[in-house]
Design a protein around this ligand. Sequence first.
Ligand SMILES: Nc1nc2c(c(=O)[nH]1)N[C@H]1C(S)=C(S)[C@@H](COP(=O)(O)O)O[C@H]1N2
Ligand SMILES: [Mo]
Length: 511
Amino acid sequence: MIAGVASAAVAVGLGELVAVWTGPRSAPLIAVGGTVIDAVPEPVKGAAISVFGVYDKVALLVGTSLLLAGFAALVGLAARRDFRWGVAGIALFGVIGAVAALTRPNAGAAAVLPSLLGAAAAVGVLRMLLVSAAHAEGVEGPAAGLPDGPVTATRPVDGRRRFLRLSIAGFGVALVSGYVGRALAARKDVQQARAAITLPPPATPAPALPSTVDPPASGLSDYVTGNDVFYRIDTALIVPQVDPAAWQLRIHGRVARPMTLSFEQLLARPMIERYITLACVSNEVGGDLIGNARWLGVPLKDLLDEAGPLDGADQVVSRSVDGWTCGTPTAALRDGRDAMLAVAMNGEPLPVDHGFPVRMVVPGLYGYVSATKWVTELELSSFADFDAYWVRKGWAAQGPIKTESRIDTPREGGAVTAGTVVVAGVAWAQHRGVTAVEVRVDDGPWQPADLAGTVSPDTWRQWTFRWDAAPGEHTLAVRAADTSGQVQTEARADPFPDGASGWHTVSVQVR
Ligand SMILES: Nc1nc2c(c(=O)[nH]1)N[C@H]1C(S)=C(S)[C@@H](COP(=O)(O)O)O[C@H]1N2
Ligand SMILES: [Mo]
């Protein structure tokens, strides 16, 4: 079993090293993990996000590794009886890795190399370890299918030491090559290019924040979410490293005038700067897959007007370098809202995790239908002609953000002291705008909360409520209303297929 796991480790580690040349997404674990992400049925993916949240990818990689280790142990056992089982088992995994790498979007033929070379090395390592193990056990001849090696180990105990030393060496080779592979790959990253960018001043800057944002309430989300704490959701196991010097955006499909833009040409255009709150459709009631940032970018309306969408082109399909697709109503990009191709987030070039060098940001629509990161292509199409990535998995083609609100403080299950307690949170109804927030204690009446300032209907709004808390166990609920006159619905809905709804409640102990 040790021999099996050690050989698998060598395969994966060497695969990482070879992938320095063939591309990070061709490394065996990453290729297989990426294929799993694209293939998992919707309920499993939903469960993974609700259990692991933004750590879903770490969980996937750890899970894949454990599964691989388990199978490798079995392959090791089988190989001890007949080495041909070992070769077959490793070959099977090599082929799975190679096929996964080859079928990733934009993969070349060289993508098979990390898995195949890794598998070849694994066969050699397994053979060496099994010969050594046979000697350690004092077995006359090694397993079927293995040649008789020179029987050098005189006493079993020496043989066992030799086997352990060889195994440790195997794990060592795996770790070092994996680590060096990752380190070399990291040197190809785009942090330097990102640091060298000078952002143009906006033609129309974002409004100054009123002094009424961020009311005093400990535990309340900041009005502007820092880049380092901003939620991240995407299907990319390896964050795409897109060199701005090589970046191009193609606008094509059903347009009168197809066009291609370089990063330099994009930066030369008039820019707008706006606060816009992004939200993920997978956000549960009370969840934290939402954040507000100041974005700098080129209005999409200007670009689309220049390209001239043809009749019937009611969907803009955007694609990212890693093949992810997104479909946005053409009308939402041209109706005057601040939909943009963003190049900066909170005064910095886009963080690599958030789409460097260019992403889409559209007020009022969930991220999966609007916020393409690492975007390189806008194709004018129609909803009848094309289903984007998540739509193919059953999510709604149209994804307007639902009016929602959240209690940030006190926390669920928390304890507070009797007397005045500041209850606070955020409410959002992007592009419609929040007009009121109400709080209810137990079965009492709905009472108005105080709304903090905001700069536009496209951002969330903080709220506070001074609660005269009496000792005991209490349940707080919150609901918001928007400019359409709608009050946030009590009807509970899961995120699938078009976003969660319902009132957020927290139970607290007052002492
Ligand atoms: N290329 C790419 N862009 C993407 C996604 C993705 O998987 N790949 N996910 C989208 C989803 S579902 C959301 S909610 C937002 C999240 O943006 P953030 O990670 O910057 O918060 O990005 C969107 N853009
Ligand atoms: Mo999302």
